[in-house]
Design a binder for this molecule. Structure first.
Ligand SMILES: Nc1ncnc2c1ncn2[C@@H]1O[C@H](COP(=O)(O)OP(=O)(O)OP(=O)(O)O)[C@@H](O)[C@H]1O
Ligand SMILES: [Mg+2]
Length: 242
């Protein structure tokens, strides 16, 4: 459903991703791990075209993702959940979850609100619909951000370190919400970057290790975590306390 073909991305002439070839199939839970600065966020941003490749092509269902019409569909079906939540602070939880539905999907208010309440229910945040983000904990904010993505009826869900801005006691609340969603949405394609190794291992149907802008190793399922072949992968997992 998403293909990256010979992708290179450079900033100011310095390559941060080199010759990346990857394809993502429907229903897979793709977990991406790797050291800081290895290009994981850049890879996610290329997938939903927040960044353009310096070289190479991103295909979405076989079509070039940079074409305006393809890009529009891609943006509608592949929301991203960020490390730092990216909520609108002046809007209520409910408004945060309806605004993109109204603007991007052109849903009427009632439909958008019904959908928002369902999504908030799925992440355990329905009772907080009329609060503002400032009145929520980090874990609660992230659950709202996940509800906002879910309310778009995504085909692909992108997560960029969804727990790394959270206090330790809130990490589990967010990882279990994500695990639950994956259980209840079997067709959803997920591409998730994380430093939570146990969580990654528990959900992966495919695992990818990146270093210095390259894909070093990838496996089906979570074999990468149990049987890493490449010395760099072994070293990284060891360092992460795995
Ligand atoms: N907009 C930008 N302009 C210039 N350099 C950038 C930009 N975005 C990322 N980089 C550089 O690209 C490299 C890869 O960054 P990226 O954020 O993709 O890494 P990462 O694997 O997500 O790291 P982390 O685990 O710390 O989030 C880094 O060296 C970073 O400084
Ligand atoms: Mg990153």
């Amino acid at each position: 459903m998403i293909e990256l073909i010979d992708i290179t991305k450079a900033f100011d002439g310095a390559a941060v991703l080199s010759d990346i070839n990857l394809s993502f199939k429907q229903g897979d839970i793709n977990v991406i791990i790797g050291p800081s600065g290895s290009g994981k966020s850049t890879l996610l941003r290329l997938i939903n075209q927040l960044e353009q490749p310096t070289k190479g092509t991103v295909l979405f269902n076989g079509k070039n993702a940079s074409e305006p019409r393809v890009l529009k569909t891609l943006r509608q079906t592949a929301p991203m959940v960020f490390q730092s939540f990216h909520l609108f602070h002046h809007l209520s939880v409910l408004k945060n979850v309806t605004i993109a539905q109204r603007k991007v999907l052109k849903r009427d208010r009632k439909t958008a609100e019904t959908k928002a309440f369902q999504a908030l229910e799925a992440v355990g945040m329905k009772p907080y619909a009329y609060r503002k983000p400032a009145q929520l904990s980090g874990g609660q904010k992230q659950r709202v951000a996940i509800a906002r993505a879910l309310a778009m009826d995504p085909k692909i869900l992108l997560f960029d370190e969804p727990t790394s801005a959270l206090d330790p006691e809130m990490i589990g609340e967010v990882t279990s919400v994500i695990t639950n969603i994956l259980k209840n949405t079997p067709d959803l394609t997920v591409i998730l970057v994380t430093h939570e190794m146990a969580f990654a291992q528990s959900i992966a149907t495919r695992s990818i290790f990146m270093d210095k802008g390259h894909i070093i190793e990838e496996t089906k399922g979570n074999h990468l975590f149990t049987h890493p072949k490449h010395p760099r992968t072994q070293q990284f997992l060891h360092k992460e306390g795995h």
